[in-house]
Design a protein around this ligand. Structure first.
Ligand SMILES: [Zn+2]
Ligand SMILES: [Zn+2]
Length: 96
């Protein structure tokens, strides 16, 4: 069975697309356990990249000074990052 079809079937059944045995978290495609695993893996990857001075997206090129991404990945992800930063700023300026 093609992988895509299997994932669709799990999603339709309300099961985690990753392990296929646990119910999903509301609004997500994975269960809490798999989401946590993904979070842990991402955090570990970022920590390692930061220690080595590498871009945390491609893990190949050096990150730019003071940033966590290389120029290539920064350009690639810039729109999303800008949106996040703006949202953060808006949220903090509302506080006081
Ligand atoms: Zn799962
Ligand atoms: Zn990169």
């Amino acid at each position: 069975m093609p992988e895509r079809y299997r994932m669709d079937a799990r999603r339709a059944a309300g099961l985690c697309v990753s392990c296929g045995s646990e119910p999903t978290v509301a609004g997500r495609a994975k269960c809490e356990r798999c989401l946590q695993e993904a979070r842990d893996a991402a955090a570990a990857r970022r920590a390692r990249a930061g220690k080595l001075g590498l871009c945390d997206a491609c893990m190949k090129r050096k990150s730019r000074k003071g940033l966590t991404r290389c120029a290539v990945c920064a350009a690639k992800y810039l729109p999303a990052q800008l949106k996040r930063e703006r949202a953060k700023r808006t949220a903090s300026s509302q506080g006081g």
